[in-house]
Structure formats: structure tokens, C-alpha cells
Design a binder for this molecule. Sequence first.
Ligand code: HEM
Length: 161
Amino acid sequence: MNGLLLTVTTWIHLLSAVVWIGGIFFILYVALPVARKTLYQPGKIMGPLSKRFVPPANISIFLIIASGIIMSINSHEDLTSLSGPRAQSLFVKILLVVIMASIHFYRGLILTPGIARLTSKGSNPEQVQKLQTLSLNLVKVNFILGMTVLLLTGVLYVYKA
Ligand code: HEM
């Protein structure tokens, strides 16, 4: 593959990784603790903040998968035979990213609108609380999966020919 194309593809891959995983890190370990410590209703800032993160996260997910496919084709790894640590770690990496993206879009397209609908009805605060806890735990799961994806990328790098 053309060197410039691969350089730009890898750059887009790394940039998308920084935005997606870095954004999750910022929300969980910077914004949320500060909001909880300083605000009576942390949801007042966390709601708009999470909503603002959705478009760049969506774009990053699309770009990281597209650039990842290009880089996978370029790496000539045989993902069918899964022979060797590189093919195996790339396969598991792709699987984890599919799970991460599914969690992201489930939260964005189903869970968050569902919580907003229930909240506007004001009829079932316990259920709203339960769904908000589920939503936050899913973000934490995605952070752990993101860390695992980066670890697998380390294996990919170490076993590079
Ligand atoms: C959360 C999602 C992902 C993150 C954080 C991530 C992160 C990274 C990083 C940091 C690199 C190192 C770049 C380098 O070696 O120069 C990389 C390389 C790579 N990524 Fe990803 N990636 C993600 C998703 C994907 C997906 C979905 C695919 C495949 C469809 C993929 C395929 C690859 C390949 C083939 C390489 C080059 C590995 C090599 O030859 O050493 N990545 N990724």
C-alpha cells in the first residue's frame, strides 16, 4: 500500500482512538467526579456534556473501524486461520470493538432516549435511577474494553515481523 495513504490511515486510526477512548476517560474520571463534588444536581452538567460528546464519538467509531479495516488488509493477517499471536489478537481486538460500538449505539439510540422519556413522565423515579446506573456501568465496561483493545494492540506491535 502507498506509504502516504498508510501514514494518513494510521494517523486517522490513532486520532480516532484518542478521541473515543480519551473522551470516555475524561467523562468518567474528570468530569463526573468534579460534577458530583461541586454540583447539587450533577446531571445538569453531565447530560449536556455527554450529549456534546456523542457526535465526535460517533465519527471516531466510524473512522476507527474504516481505518482499522484498511490497516488489517495491509497487515495481510490471515484472520480465518488465526495462526499466531498477531492474527489472534487482531481477531479478539475487532470482536471487542464490535461489542464497544454496540454498547455505544445501544446507549445513544435506546437507553438515553428511554431515560429521557421516563424522566419527562416523572412517574417512575426508581426505574429512572436504575437505568441511569445501567447506563453509567455500560460506559465503565466500554472503558475497560477500550483498555483491553489497546493492550491487544501492544501484542500486535510486539509480534510485528
Ligand atoms: C477502540 C478501538 C481501537 C483502538 C483504540 C485502536 C488502537 C490502535 C493503535 C493505538 C494502533 C497502533 C498503531 C501502530 O501500530 O502504528 C492500532 C493499530 C492497528 N489497528 Fe487498531 N484500534 C482500534 C480498533 C481497530 C479495529 C476495529 C481494527 C480492525 C478492523 C483495528 C486494526 C488495527 C491494525 C491492523 C493495526 C496495525 C497493527 C500492526 O500492524 O501493528 N483497530 N490500533
